[in-house]
Design a protein around this ligand. Structure first.
Ligand SMILES: O=C(O)CCC(=O)C(=O)O
Ligand SMILES: [Fe+2]
Length: 322
């Protein structure tokens, strides 16, 4: 079992983060996910081509080249088509999302859950705050509204982007690159030991919720280049952000997943989580990828017919945001 060593546990507790290498097998665990994403991209490209929005479907290009080309030529981005959760607002009956079996298999990968178990114990709930991020080179980012799924992400704590109901929960963020993440293509960075204080104030800005830099020792920030197959663990209070993708031709692909002990509030009660592992009640574990997908489709239908809830507590007119 890929359990953490005592030293690794200690580093996680002391520093608020830990990179664990070679948890996943890039070919066996990540390959099937990329095959699903190839199909999603193929659908996008064919539909744009049929609408004459792009001159070719670019079907002979590898994934990154193809997505960059499709975004550049169409002047659009498609973060929600790939994402593994619904957006926080504006959900309609046909809001796209991707909840395929390969994604479910990764979310419930025994090797991943072994690592999670070493931090939060054997009763593991998959928190529904989860995303795929495909950070594009600048020239492929559509102008207009900022989207953290395709661009760099400002300083924040994950605790700050969910409801206060989860403030005392133990939500573990598991961030993993699907290809190598580098300083150039926009890897994650953390502020070591920042998890020891409380929740910092977050300000709503045009670039997502963020902690004002004047409140942070940003000179202590540590970029974390990572190879595919490695995972980064962070507490819900660890302050982190991500860098710009300054390459011309790479996409920084990553999943951010979250797990917590069963029974704690998730911070987004309108979204569906599930029991991923349980020593006490193995019969409650969700093993069916179709049932998982259905839980998201049912949530989509429900949210499409009501006013969407809000998931954060912050106000732009707070003194600290001036
Ligand atoms: O992947 C990124 O750029 C940001 C990810 C993030 O904020 C998270 O995983 O909580
Ligand atoms: Fe985050």
């Amino acid at each position: 079992m890929a359990r953490l060593s005592t030293a690794q546990r200690q580093q996680f507790d002391d520093e608020g983060y830990l990179v664990v290498e070679d948890v996943l097998d890039p070919e066996l665990d990540i390959g099937p996910v990329m095959a699903e994403y190839w199909q999603v991209l193929d659908g996008i490209a064919r539909s744009l081509h049929a609408d004459r929005a792009i001159p070719s479907t670019y079907g002979d290009l590898p994934f990154a080249d193809r997505l960059i080309r499709v975004c550049e030529e169409s002047g659009r981005n498609f973060p929600q088509h790939f994402d593994i959760a619904l957006p926080q607002s504006g959900v309609v009956h046909d809001t796209p999302l991707h909840v395929g079996p390969a994604v479910f298999n990764l979310l419930t990968s025994p090797r991943l859950l072994d690592v999670v178990e070493s931090v939060i114990g054997p009763e593991i709930y998959s928190n529904p705050v989860q995303h795929i991020r495909m950070k594009l080179p600048q020239r492929a980012v559509a102008s207009g509204k900022y989207n953290g799924l395709v661009s760099k992400v400002p300083w924040h704590q994950d605790n700050g982007v969910v409801l206060p109901e989860a403030d005392e929960a133990s939500i573990l963020t598991v961030w993993m690159p699907l290809g190598d993440a580098t300083v150039e293509n926009g890897c994650l960075q953390v502020i070591p030991r920042s998890h020891r204080a409380g929740i910092e104030p977050h300000c709503p800005t045009d670039k997502a919720l963020s902690i004002p830099e004047k409140l942070l020792p940003v000179e202590r920030s540590r970029p974390l280049p990572m190879r595919a197959g490695s995972v980064l663990l962070m507490t819900q209070r660890t302050v982190h952000s991500s860098l710009d993708n300054v390459t011309d031709d790479q996409i920084r692909l990553s999943f951010d997943l979250r797990y917590q002990p069963i029974g704690q509030p998730t911070g987004r009660p309108a979204f569906p989580g599930f029991v991923a592992r349980s020593a006490a009640h193995p019969e409650r574990v969700l093993r069916d990828p179709v049932a998982w997908a259905r839980s998201w489709y049912e949530t989509r239908n429900r949210l499409a017919e009501q006013e969407n809830p809000t998931y954060n507590r912050w106000r732009a007119d707070a003194a600290v945001c001036a």
